[in-house]
Design a protein around this ligand. Structure first.
Ligand SMILES: Nc1ncnc2c1ncn2[C@@H]1O[C@H](COP(=O)(O)OP(=O)(O)OP(=O)(O)O)[C@@H](O)[C@H]1O
Ligand SMILES: [Mg+2]
Length: 316
């Protein structure tokens, strides 16, 4: 039996004036999935999420959340969505409890249901100690938890979390990730991040966005594998082509070599395993045969370049 589709984005495009924010985005997220939207700064994560949550209409394309069109059927769609925006609009002169009451009343929740839910989300988000503290006095990490608490208040089926761990201290990052994992047990979640290890920790599937376009979609493990398989070098060698080709193929760790070009100098693309680095062996080989090494460059694939621009460590 096919699992219920919870988010469906079709040909989503957003123009800011003449500038293309995102273009022709397509994806489907099924019930129970925790999916990461991974991309560098300015790649279109927030733009995508603001359209999904009905905060900004797309220039073209359609979005359905829990079966409801977010434009035509916006009330029903919004009921199904909990949204942690990039900047949570918190009212700092309210206590956590006041703020949650206010957010719940805006959503038309009854007093008794709201009271029950506030107890529950305060507990889940570990806000108990600060329940009657003014938001102005809370640390960034606690404010982020209040943001998550308001997102889950009305028991939405789908959570859209825009960089939930950005700008908070390392201990709170760990706790927030744990909270998201717990929420993932009974919610469908789309979260954005520019931190590569974060998706492996939290998500079952990753959508990679760059310059407004989805460029890859896979499990975190498969993406890591695809990247490892893509180590390549481009060389230009002056020397007899057949002999150079044979010798390159004989180097330890080299998995494939292709050749192009005419005349004395040929271009070779050398693929090798993740564990090896054949650069020095290539240099010695060329030298010992009296050939000429004109060029030796790592060849990066576009996906790899994008990964390099992502935060690959926790410190950054
Ligand atoms: N209101 C706006 N007006 C004009 N351009 C915008 C607007 N909002 C976003 N953009 C542009 O659209 C592109 C995508 O922005 P977006 O905020 O969606 O990226 P992002 O992936 O969320 O980035 P970040 O990681 O910095 O949060 C960027 O080039 C940005 O400058
Ligand atoms: Mg953003």
């Amino acid at each position: 039996m096919a699992t219920e589709v919870m988010i469906e984005a079709r040909d989503l495009t957003k123009y800011y004036g003449d500038f293309v924010g995102v273009e022709n985005i397509n994806f489907t997220i099924r019930k129970g999935e925790v999916v990461g939207l991974l991309g560098p700064n300015g790649s279109g994560k927030t733009t995508t999420m603001r359209m999904l949550t009905g905060f900004m209409p797309p220039s073209s394309g359609t979005i359905r959340v829990a079966g409801h069109d977010v434009i035509a059927d916006s009330l029903e769609a919004r009921r199904a969505i909990g949204y942690l925006p990039e900047t949570v609009p918190l009212y700092t002169d309210m206590t956590i409890e006041d703020y949650l009451e206010f957010m719940g009343s805006l959503r038309g929740m009854s007093r008794s249901y709201l009271a029950k839910r506030i107890d529950r989300v305060v507990d889940l988000c570990k806000l108990g100690t600060y329940r009657r503290t003014h938001i102005a006095k809370l640390s960034k990490g606690y404010r982020q938890r209040v943001g998550i608490a308001q997102a889950i208040l009305h028991e939405p089926k789908v959570l859209v979390l825009d960089e939930p761990t950005i700008g908070i201290d390392p201990i709170q990052v760990v706790e927030t990730r744990q909270l998201i994992k717990t929420l993932g047990e009974d919610h469908t979640i789309l979260l954005s991040t520019h931190i590569l290890p974060e998706v492996s920790m939290i998500c079952q599937r990753v959508l990679i966005i760059n310059e407004g376009t989805l460029i890859a979609e896979d499990t975190p493990a498969n993406l890591a594998h695809r990247l490892r398989a893509r180590d390549r070098l481009e060389l230009e060698v002056r020397g007899p082509a057949a002999a150079v080709l044979g010798a390159l193929r004989g180097i330890k760790g080299v998995t494939n070599v292709t050749r192009s070009g005419e005349g004395e100098v040929h271009t070779y693309v050398v693929e090798f395993t993740a564990e090896s680095d054949p650069r020095e062996a290539i240099g010695q080989l060329v030298l010992s045969n009296g050939w000429g090494l004109r060029k030796l460059n790592p060849l990066s694939m576009s996906l790899e370049e994008i990964f390099l621009r992502l935060t690959v460590s926790e410190e950054a």
